[in-house]
Every structure is written in C-alpha cells, then in structure tokens.
Design a protein around this ligand. Sequence first.
Ligand code: ATP
Length: 591
Amino acid sequence: MPKDEGKGSRFSADGLRWVLSYLKPHRAVFLPSMLALFITAGLALAFPWFMKELFGGTVEKLRNGISAEAVLAEANRVILALLVVLAVQAIIGFFRVQGFIRSGESALNDLRKDIFGHLLRLPVPFFQEHRSGALSNRVSADLGTVRETLMTTLPQAARQSVTLAGSIVMVFVSSWKLSLAMIGSVPLVVLAVAIAGRKVRGHSKAAQDALAEAGTVIEEGVQSISDVKAFTNEPFEEKRYATSLDEFYRVTLRGALARASFLAFVIFVMFGTIAGVTWLGVRMMVDGQLTEKQFSGFILYSVFVGASLGSMPEIISQIQAMSGATDRLREIMGLPTEADGGQAVEHLGGALAFRDVHFHYPSRPDQAVLAGVDFEVAPGQRIALVGPSGAGKSTVFSLILGYYRPEQGQVLFDGRDAASLDLHALRKGIAVVPQEVMLFGGTILENIEYGKPGASRQEIIEAAKQANAHAFIEEREQGYETVVGPRGVKLSGGQRQRIAIARAILADPRVLLLDEATSALDAESERLVNEALERLMVGRTSLVIAHRLSTVRTADRILVLNQGKLVEQGSHDELMAHGGTYKVLVQTQLG
Ligand SMILES: Nc1ncnc2c1ncn2[C@@H]1O[C@H](COP(=O)(O)OP(=O)(O)OP(=O)(O)O)[C@@H](O)[C@H]1O
C-alpha cells in the first residue's frame, strides 16, 4: 500500500476534487443544502447582533434617561425579532441536515461500491501481496475518514468560514481601532496552524496505519479461531494484539503531544489577545471613545472570531487526514484490473492444453514452479493430477483459471491461447470444487445459487438432488432456508462439499477442476460425495488433483508432476508397470 507521507497540497486538492466528484450526481440535493448552510451560517451572525442590542443598547438607553417602560418595550421587540430569526434558522437547518445526509451518504455509497468493485477486479497477485485483513481494515478506515470529513468537517469548514468572515467585518464595524489591535495577533496563529498542521497530519496517518495493523490481528485470530484454540494459543494472540496496540499507543502519544501543545498555544494566544484587547476597550470607553453598544458588539463578535479560529486546526488536520486517505484509495482505484476484453468465448468445447508452460510466482522470481509443462486433454476426458506436495498441481489450476499468466508457453482452450480470450467468459465455462469449501454466511439456497445467480428454486433443488445434498437439506428444520453460519461452519465437511458440487452442477461448466479433499470422510459420506462427483463429471472435461487411489483408477489418464515437470503420464496400470515416481507415490501417499 502507499507510503506517501507528506505529499504536497496539490494532492490534497486532487483528493478533495475526486471525493467531490461523487457528489455531482446528487447535486440537486447537495447544492441547495450547501446554500442553506451559508444562509444559516449568515443568520447565526444575527445572534450576537441582537445580544449587543439588548445588553449594550439597554445600558445606553438607561444612561440617557429613557423610561424603563420604553426600554422594556424595545427589548421585547428585539427579542421577538430574534425569535423569528431563530425559527427561520431552525427550519432551514432542519432541511439542510437532511439534504446533507441524503446527498453525502449516497455519494459515499457510490464511492464504496466503486472501490469494492475495483478491488474485486484486481488481479490475484495483488491479493497475495497484501494481507486481506490489513487491506480491508485499511480501506474501511480510509472510507471512514472520508466520511467523517465529507459529512462533518467540510460543512463545518464552510460554516466557520462564513462566521469568521462575517464576525471580522462586524468587529471592524464595532470599533476599527480595537480591531486593528486584535488583528495584529492573527498572522501568528495562522502561521502556527500551517506549521503544526503538517506535523499533526503525519502523526494521524501513522496512527491510522498502526490501528489497522492491530485490526488485522483480531481479524486473523477470529478467522482461524479453531487453530488458535487447538494450539491453545490464546495468550500468544493476546500478546500479538497487545504489541500492536502498544505500537498504536506510542504513535498516538507522539501525535497527542503535537496536537495538545498546538491547541494549548492557540487557546492561550486567542483568548489572551481578547483579554488584552478588552482591557484596551475599557480604557477607550472610560475616555468616551467607545459606546457600550459598540463595545458589547465588539466583544461578542470577537468571541465568535476566536471560536472560529480555534476550530480551524481540527478542521485542517481532518482535511489533511482525508487527503492521506484519498491518496491511498485513489492509488487502489488507479491499479490496473485484470485484463479483459479479449476475444469473446461463446462455448468452451472442453479441449484443454498446456504447451511448454514455464511459470514462477511474482513474489519468488528465483523459484521455477512449472518448468516446461506440456499436456493435452480432449473434451470430456477425465484427468488425474498427482505429485508430491509442492509439485505445482494447484498452480496448474491457477493458470487454467487465468489467475496468473505463464511467463513462457501457452495455456490453450480449444486450440486458442487463453491470453487472447475474454477472461470473464472463459471462467464462466469452468467450475472449481475446492478442497476446503468456503461458504457464505447466507442460506443453503443462496449458497447453491452462487453457481448460477438468478437460478430458479426448482433448478437449485434439482442440482442439490444430483449432488446428493437434497436429503440432508430437507432434514433440517428450515430446509433450504437454513443459515449455514459464517463460512458454513454449521455443516459437516462432506455436506459442504456436496453444496459445492451442487453449485458446480448449477453452473454447468465444460471444464471442471476438482481438488480432492485430503481429509478422510466417513464411508457413507465419502460414498455420497463420490457418487455426486461422478454425476458432475459426466460429459465434462475434468481435472482432479487426486489424493485417493480410487479416484486415480477411474481417470482416463494420470499426469504425474514432480518439481514443476511432467515426469510421467499414462493409465494406472501403465505407470505401475513403468515403476517410476507414480509407483512410489502409490506406495507412500495415495490412500
Ligand atoms: N502464491 C504463491 N507465491 C509464491 N510461491 C507459491 C505460491 N503458491 C505456491 N507457491 C509455491 O509454488 C510451489 C508449487 O505449489 P502448488 O501449490 O502448486 O503445489 P501443489 O502440488 O498443489 O502442492 P500441495 O499438494 O501441497 O497442495 C510450491 O513450492 C509453493 O511453495
């Protein structure tokens, strides 16, 4: 992920523009809300004006000998007018808040969808380079920062700017002499904001990174909870979490020092200045250069100026935090997605071939995982792939699925180079039944439907019957509506496999990739799974990473991989007679 600490302000502006571009489709709601915001901010300035009239005006009138009744009647009129202004402000504010939430959250949802959509389309190697927990935490945290800025900070910034500008004008109107004295201190504060804001930004970004790291520990721990428990490694995980929290705390404290000293400085300078200027005002009043009304107006508006300026560091640091977040999100959005748009594939015929395929994983350039693999599979053939652990069997699957491209040689479908074919359409013609079946947290019905989104209930039930899954599903109280629990934990391994087979039956692929489970099922479960697999394989080209002798025996041909090379191929009997790697495998591994 990006490590662009301290990018210049050009990037902040770009990031802001990028986020704002998502508001464009919602401008019919957003722009009126923005207008309402400026109006309410302007109206808020009326409050000190009324207060000045009430306090200063009353004192002045009494001093000038106007009768108590007349003063009271005037005060009543002022208060009534104030109430009218407040009511208008409240009504506009009501619609403004709703409009902001509607347009802002819609824009954010568009942004979230775009990012997730883009993430889903990134090539597989990207996900190998980034731990999934860190990645999703990072993206959520960044989206959170963008949300906070868009929904809270930006409106606040607009409001405070109006307040600041209006209050400064009113302060000058009240007494320009006193104002000049106060303004003398402002450049100092602005300079401090600019310098310290940079520091605060760096710290908050580092803190976000550290917290995301800690989040990853939770996610990994929860994800592999059964391993954690089996190894009684709770204390280890706790320690891992505590260590990353300590790091977060350390980074936060460094940031806290910067932020706290900054805030303390601003408070002292701002309010210290007001105290000094008040002292000056008192003297001017005593000298008759200033009326009570002018002085109370000046004080009230000065408090507004101080409060607005005081809120600026928060606003600036939040906008800077967003700038970091948008930089990272835009970096993800800028990554190229998997190549698509190749030649259309109407139907796969089912013929498959590897021609002199060489491959290594991007993360390990020195290790050749496949070194010149050549084989051909005719449509409908059943091929068993065997070989010692690490021989490259799963890698063959990954190349067929187009997760990676061979660095030399070709993967061919019906004689056409996979690199020139439309990846999406190609994958639609292939189904995978993996060793460890991952189900989603929804219902059984939804999990089977995953093989063919939009399939009818009848089709789904038919597929489940074929997959020998119907009976056990019907036994459940909620039948097809049974919720399978996170990752399908409420089903047994064999049941999960049969759901995966039902999915594949529904997908109706030409090419099947099966990774046979290594873990033993009980005899009955295994019979049901095998029977379902048999049905699934009929009429389709199947490649099976085989771990059982029974599977290997029924294959049309066996491919023996060893250290990335195809060392033998033939039928079980031929290979046994040959007496090479296969024979050793049969004797040692295939059960
Ligand atoms: N994503 C990856 N990045 C780097 N190296 C990898 C990656 N996946 C696999 N490898 C390496 O490539 C080699 C072949 O792995 P592969 O998973 O294809 O073997 P396999 O025959 O399927 O093994 P097994 O039967 O144990 O699953 C191994 O040495 C493995 O360490």
